[in-house]
Ligand binder design. Structure first.
Ligand code: SF4
Ligand code: SF4
Length: 113
């Protein structure tokens, strides 16, 4: 069953409200086993290391991931879809992460199909 259309959403590609309020910018972690780690130039462009030397994807001023193209809630695409970290793959349309993200961005949580 189709639940939500990710290509008109992108809410889970945005830092959580709770994090933003605490000025916490580490959102999507890029782990050693993630394919993006095998592309050092791209990794440095899209991610940064924190004090613990963990890599996280950079965020735009509006809190969305730098790899996200388009406008949240309208039309979006992941510019590194094949290389996106596992934590991105873990979110599934309709799961609790998805619903929380959509609510935070003012998007419907009613199934569309
Ligand atoms: S919040 Fe849900 S519907 Fe939106 S992009 Fe993420 S998984 Fe897809
Ligand atoms: S890497 Fe792609 S899927 Fe993951 S948060 Fe960024 S834009 Fe979204």
């Amino acid at each position: 069953m189709t639940i939500y259309d990710c290509q008109t959403c992108g809410a889970c590609c945005c830092n959580r409200q709770e994090n933003r309020l605490e000025h916490f910018h580490d959102y999507v972690q890029v782990f050693a086993e993630d394919a993006l780690q095998a592309h050092p130039k791209l990794l440095v462009r899209l991610a940064r290391q924190n004090k613990e030397r963990q890599w996280h994807l950079k965020l735009k001023p509006d809190g969305s991931c730098v790899a996200l193209d388009g406008e949240v809630g309208q039309s979006v695409g992941c510019t590194i879809y094949e290389l996106r970290p596992q934590v991105c793959k873990n979110v599934q349309p309709g799961d609790s992460e998805c619903l929380t993200a959509r609510r935070e961005r003012g998007l419907s949580v009613e199934p569309t199909g």
